[in-house]
Design a binder for this molecule. Structure first.
Ligand code: ADP
Ligand code: MG
Length: 723
């Protein structure tokens, strides 16, 4: 499988930058796909199979395009907001303050900043402090996709050139005392200041507020107390190796996945499961990195390093998911491609018309510049990714981990939910409630021992009950050769000293029709049959509890007018029983994995063109999951199901399915609001600027505000509470 690598990108100023970098990288023959996300300032690359590209090489490509590759999209170190800005913009801020004071003085009728000083200061800003705008603008033009910095450079340079022309003309004619009223250096300085400040706010809110990953990772303590032969020593978490014993006291956070070896406590694992009820942790219980010890204290043995914990794996996936692109985000790309040339044209027309109508170069120029400045498409670029990032963060908090943006997008549109039964609607921890032994020569215990030996090689929830049963009764097990799983059917293998054993559906085992399975407890029980050397030996009735919150989820979904269907490889009579208990109208039993997938295609292609979500747990659901529009793997699902699904429900609860739908609906709403707002804002802004209602300075502030509005609107999602 080809691996996707995740990096941070520094130096992007708007959506056009992201689009251009993506284009540049996708042209490289070694790269299969490159995704650049403007909101998360990140890059995901998948290389062509077998391509050898070093990080240095990739870094070089990125640098050539005018940006900087960062090792990974690390969360921003949280220095204070103002310190962060001040550290990078001291001189700019001071010059801005001087011009501001001068403007205030001007209103009172005093010009105290000599025009010659203004000229020097404005030139420093224009050609030194704003040099990164030039670099970025030039790189983007070379790359064939002009970005917003082109507009900034054109706008401010126009003001500077005009002012300088006026200044020198007056100087030569000895009229320099008129100059303070004729030059506009403050406009160019202020535009550059406000744009820089706006970019910083944007960057800061993106990194600090939208970054749920940083938030998650901050749950892991930097240092831990590791047990030594004579007490504890404090060491850095990333130095801990698997096997070390770590102390966790009340209010500590668990640093690594591990297992409790002494003590007792209760942990809040809501960061993984969305469930905030503390869970008791006793000896031999597993604890997870990032869990919060609410009461008690215990020692746990590390089973992972900090890089391989469940939390680390999840956050890596989340980083990839947040970086991926939603379908609606392509709108911004398309617009960004034509935006700058169109805006430059509009600015030229503005100048021409105003000059023609008013016969005043100064006013016409200022209006044209205001058009250039307000038109920057950053809000448009941020509209979708900001909402997606926020939505995914909220989903993760509710125990739903989406794999990519489009799965988040699609989950809001579903109107049909298909549930698997065993392990999905039921707990998946069945017990043997009845058995029928065919062959009196072998004792029931030996038969269960044989079954348990083979079932060790299966991931099916039914397999556990044989293993548990044998373990609790200390029944002897046997060695097994060449076990083979048949998804949705059963398992087969050679049990040493016994013969070829098959366990699974009666039809898989060629079990003869037997009257017993239609009576008493058998009717509503899952039936598993077993044969040795093709001779039927036993059948078992297994009962599995229905998940506690299954009924609630089903009722909630019904209220939302969602069609519900259950599909199972189990017998129709059992399926009917569960369906009745949960009040699901449509229930299909005896389904093969292919049958499940075919049924889903059927719903999708039916007249109602259902948009289907599949919720499942097993290998036998994987095909159906990939056929569905969106799919969820429940907690405790097999790896294949987790891998195939669009989202993973981390908790022990099914409620995530409903939460996912709701979060997705809200996210889509925010995306549409944002896109609409950004478009309308830009168009109205440009019209106002062209008509002279906005000075370049106000335009700069207004442009920044639009980006901030879009981010704030996305952040509303974080307050979404579905519990
Ligand atoms: P569901 O679709 O409800 O999850 P499955 O398709 O996983 O159910 O299983 C269908 C049937 O296949 C089960 O009812 C059981 O009889 C049989 N089966 C599959 N795998 C096994 C196994 N490892 N051990 C015993 N029975 C199995
Ligand atoms: Mg199942």
């Amino acid at each position: 499988m080809t691996k996707t690598m995740h990096y941070g990108i520094d130096g992007m100023t708007c959506q056009a930058c992201a689009t251009r970098l993506e284009k540049v990288l996708n042209k490289k023959e070694q790269i299969q796909t490159a995704f650049v996300n403007f909101a998360s300032e990140s890059l995901d690359v998948t290389y062509v199979r077998g391509a050898l590209v070093t990080e240095d090489e990739l870094s070089l490509w990125v640098t050539k395009a005018g940006f900087r590759l960062l090792p990974s999209a690390e969360p921003m170190k949280s220095s204070g907001f103002w310190q962060g800005f001040w550290a990078d913009n001291k001189v700019l801020t001071l010059i801005f303050a001087l011009f501001l004071l001068n403007m205030i003085g001007m209103m009172a009728g005093h010009h105290w900043l000599f025009v010659s000083v203004q000229f020097v200061l404005a030139s420093v800003v224009q050609f030194w402090l704003a040099r990164h705008f030039y670099k970025s603008a030039w790189a983007s033009i070379k790359g064939g996709l002009a970005n917003m910095d082109v507009l900034i450079v054109l706008g401010t340079l126009t003001i500077w050139l005009y002012s300088t022309y006026v200044y020198f003309t007056l100087l030569m004619n000895n009229h320099v005392h008129h100059a303070p009223h004729e030059v506009y250096y403050e406009a160019s300085v202020m535009v550059i200041f406000f744009i820089s400040f706006g970019k910083y706010i944007e960057h800061y809110t993106k990194r600090v507020s939208l970054d749920s990953i940083g938030l998650m990772l901050s749950l892991v303590p930097q240092f831990v107390k590791v047990k030594t032969h004579d007490g504890y020593c404090t060491i850095a978490t990333d130095k801990v190796v698997s096997g070390d014993v770590i102390l966790a006291k009340q209010d500590d956070y668990v640093a690594l996945d591990g297992v409790v070896v002494s003590g007792f406590g209760a942990c809040d694992e809501s960061h993984l499961t969305g469930e905030s009820m503390p869970i008791d942790k006793r000896i031999d219980d597993k604890v997870y990195a990032g869990a919060w010890v609410k009461t008690g204290a215990f020692e746990y043995r590390a089973l992972s390093s900090s890089k391989t914990s469940t939390l680390a794996a999840l956050t890596q996936n989340l980083a990839l998911a947040q970086g991926s692109k939603a379908k609606v985000a392509r709108v911004a790309d398309k617009v960004a491609a034509v935006f700058v040339p169109v805006v430059v044209l509009v600015a030229l027309v503005t100048f021409g018309l105003n000059y023609w109508l008013l016969d005043d170069t100064k006013i016409a120029l200022m209006r044209a510049v205001a058009v250039l400045v307000i038109a920057c498409p950053c809000a448009l670029g941020l509209a979708t990714p900001a909402a997606i990032m926020a939505g995914m963060g909220v989903a993760a908090r509710h125990g739903v981990w989406f794999k990519n943006a489009s799965s988040l997008e699609l989950s809001g549109k579903i109107n049909t939910v298909v549930f698997d039964k065993t392990g999905t609607l039921t707990v998946g921890k069945p017990t043997i409630i009845a058995k029928h032994i065919h062959d009196g020569k072998i004792s029931a215990d030996v038969i269960i021992g044989i079954a348990a030996s083979l079932e060790k090689y299966s991931n099916h929830p039914l397999a556990h009950c044989f293993i548990e049963h044998a373990k609790s009764k200390n029944i002897k097990t046997f060695a097994v050769q060449s076990p083979k799983n048949y998804a949705g059917e059963g398992i087969c293998g050679t049990v040493v000293g016994v013969g070829v054993v098959k366990i699974g559906r009666p039809s898989f085992v060629n079990y003869p029709a037997h009257a017993v399975i239609n009576n008493g407890v058998w009717r509503a029980a899952t039936v598993v049959a077993m044969s040795i050397d093709d001779k039927p030996v036993a059948i078992f009735a297994l009962a599995d509890e229905i998940r506690q919150d299954a009924k609630m989820l089903i009722d909630t979904l019904k209220q939302d007018n969602v069609d519900l269907i259950m599909m199972s490889g189990d017998r129709q009579s059992v399926v009917d029983y569960v369906a009745q208990t949960l009040d699901i109208k449509q229930a299909l039993g005896d389904m093969t994995p292919q049958g499940k997938a075919a049924a889903i295609w059927g719903f999708k292609n039916s007249q109602t063109a259902a948009r289907v979500a599949m919720v499942g747990d097993g290998i036998n659901d994987a095909l159906a999951m990939s056929a569905a529009d969106s799919s969820f793997a429940v907690g405790g699902a097999s790896d294949i199901a987790k891998h195939t699904s669009d989202a993973w429900l981390t908790g022990d609860s099914l409620a995530g399915v409903y939460h996912a739908k709701k979060i997705s609906e809200h996210t889509l709403k925010v995306i549409h609001q944002n896109l609409f707002f950004a478009f309308v804002y830009n168009i109205i802004g440009m019209a106002l600027a062209a008509m002279g209602f906005l000075t370049p300075m106000v335009a700069a502030i207004a442009m920044t505000l639009s980006s901030i509005c879009v981010i704030l609107n996305a952040l509303r999602l974080k307050r979404l509470n579905l519990a």
